[in-house]
Design a binder for this molecule. Structure first.
Ligand SMILES: Cc1ncc(C[n+]2csc(CCOP(=O)(O)OP(=O)(O)O)c2C)c(N)n1
Length: 564
């Protein structure tokens, strides 16, 4: 017999999906689901703000490759959760976000905590469901997980009216669902792959641009084999960081506004870009007219709407990236020849060796780039690093080398301050076996620092490194460079004492004033069983370089020494 309540069916359906942990905060309109959680083995992690619950689910998903689940009540629960879901949407993270809703007979009456969640969530999810009867729940959950985890992955929303949670019905749990018009598992067309290979072999200055799609589809091993077989350099987008080990000689690092000099230069010199799982964000291309002016672009993506959206592609291969790259690699090996790339290789080596270990635009030996290099030396290769948003994020992107996929977690698309700390906690829930660090700015940390309570309560210890410049640093940097040093609302008067703040939550707090102190604090934090906050006071006028200013092209890189 499968006669049960909607809430019971929801939990059962989550269990059937293999969910082991959910992140959320309860409230009136979702209480039946929470009550049912007590009857299950599912772990619930109690956030202190719904935005953080969504970021935790997001960090869990990015670290593990599985679907993250977050839960909130109706009204303010649903609106608080929204920023986290939108963050996941812009970065294509697979999530299922569940919100409570007022009972169906009260909908449309401005009931207490009623909000049109489907209306709002439709714009930031792949789909927003609102089952009207309890027996729709098993299908809806299966469909939500199927949508979230296939094709271009992303968040899916389920809004559950309270009477649909409490009502009882005979339930049928489907193994597979059909969604009209949704055929996500398109295998690549071999002829399209063969054409891509022809174009590659015809080229003289090829480069690979790896995006987040490489990591999401698990195509990184084929990417590396392709790069190594053909000896083609690999640049990456922010979301593609970690697609290739960044200590690899062929890795050029990031392209874009805060790209490395070598990646920005070489992308602009290339005559062919194999763009793999990228969306050509404006932070990557900068001024599009000046982006890789001599290059034909061969775009590999699972999502056909990405092709020629921002940058015109000469050719496209649509389909699952892992299958596409596997095929490309096989065909490349069968042809048993590479291109005529000798001169290009010498150029790549020349530019790379000139720039790859350079640290630009720092004020002292204690500047953030040195801290991040020290962090790489102390952390094991599998450690996971999340970032906040701002200078901290860009320093990390530039100077912390990610060695494995899924070890660098950052809000690329929405650029959400407050993301990193809860995302790190979610990542820790997925990967308790590795150290997890949040590289933070003081401004961002203050947005979700109440997650300290979650990390202590739920025994999910992470390490927060605050690059503390007592300001909204990235905005202040722009004010220094483009607004004549007019600091409108970017300098903090009083910051909390982050050490005592951490201690008041039951976490460890430590402040460091030298690289050696930092190294030992980090090493100690890795051995400690509670969250540690490492407060690192840095010079308030540190800037991130290299920097391509807004409206500039990738060839107009500011180096931080007055030169371009
Ligand atoms: C939620 C949110 N609000 C505002 C911004 C705009 N913004 C981008 S970077 C930044 C400053 C970040 O300051 P902090 O976290 O201290 O990091 P820093 O740049 O100093 O490293 C701001 C306000 C944002 N990205 N997200």
């Amino acid at each position: 017999m499968n006669y049960m309540s909607g809430s019971r069916a929801l939990i059962k359906a989550l269990e059937r999906e293999g969910v082991d942990v959910v992140f959320g905060i309860p409230g009136g309109a979702i209480m039946p689901v929470y009550d049912e959680l007590l009857n299950s083995g599912l772990r619930h992690v109690l956030a202190r703000h719904e935005q953080s619950a969504a970021h935790m689910a997001d960090g869990y998903a990015r670290a593990s490759g599985r679907v993250g689940v977050c839960i909130a009540t109706s009204g303010p629960g649903a609106t608080n959760l929204l920023t986290g879901v939108a963050t996941a949407y812009l970065d294509s993270t697979p999530l299922v976000a569940i919100t409570g809703q007022v009972p169906t007979h009260m909908m449309g009456r401005d009931a207490f905590q009623e909000i049109d969640a489907v209306g709002i969530y439709t714009h930031v999810t792949k789909y927003s469901f609102q089952p009207q009867r309890p027996e729709e729940i098993p299908w809806t959950v299966r469909a939500a997980f199927f949508l979230a985890s296939t094709g271009r992955t992303g968040p899916v929303h389920i809004d559950l009216p309270k009477d649909v949670q409490t009502g009882e019905a005979e339930m049928a749990f489907p193994d597979a669902v059909e969604i009209r018009g949704y055929r996500p598992r398109v295998p690549p067309d071999p002829a399209a792959v063969a054409r891509a290979l022809d174009m590659l072999l015809e080229s003289e200055r090829p480069i690979i641009l790896a995006g987040g799609g490489v990591i999401k589809s698990g195509a990184h091993d084929y990417l590396l084999q392709l790069a190594e077989s053909a000896l083609i350099p690999v640049a990456s987008t922010l979301m593609g960081k970690g697609a290739i080990p960044e200590d690899h000689p062929l890795a050029l690092g990031l392209v874009g506004m805060h790209g490395t000099v070598q990646a920005n230069k070489l992308v602009n010199e290339a005559d062919l870009i194999l763009a793999i799982g990228v969306r050509f964000s404006d932070r990557t291309t900068m001024e599009v007219r000046g982006f890789a002016p001599d290059a034909r672009i061969v775009h590999f993506d699972v999502d056909p709407t990405e092709v020629s959206k921002n940058v015109r592609a000469s050719h496209a291969v649509i389909g699952d990236l892992r299958s596409s790259l596997k095929l490309l690699l096989e065909m490349f090996r069968e042809r048993a020849r590479t291109g005529n790339w000798g001169a290009w290789r010498r150029r790549v080596n020349e530019v790379s060796s000139e720039w790859r270990d350079r640290i630009l635009g720092t004020k002292s030996e204690f500047s953030p780039p040195y801290l991040l290099k020290a962090m790489r030396e102390v952390l094991p290769p599998g450690a996971i690093v999340a970032t906040e948003v701002g200078q901290n994020q860009m320093w990390a992107a530039l100077y912390f080398r990610a060695l494995r996929p899924r070890t660098f977690i950052t809000s690329g698309g929405l650029g959400t301050m407050g993301f990193g700390f809860p995302a790190a906690i979610g990542a820790k829930a997925a990967r308790p076996d590795v150290p997890v660090v949040d590289i933070a700015g003081d401004g961002s940390f203050m947005m979700t620092m109440n997650s300290l309570a979650t990390s202590i309560d739920e025994k999910l210890p992470v390490i927060v490194v605050i690059l503390n410049n007592s300001s909204l640093g990235m905005v202040a940097q722009w004010q220094r460079l483009f607004y004549n040093r007019r600091y409108a609302a970017t300098l903090f008067g009083a910051n909390p004492d982050f050490v005592r703040l951490a201690e008041s939550f039951g976490a460890e707090g430590v402040r460091v004033y030298s690289l050696d102190e930092f190294r030992s604090a980090l090493a100690r934090a890795m051995r400690t069983e509670v969250t540690t906050v490492i407060d690192v006071p840095i010079h308030p006028e540190e800037d991130v370089f290299p920097f391509v200013g807004p409206g500039s092209t990738l060839s107009e890189v500011m180096l931080g020494d007055g030169r371009e």
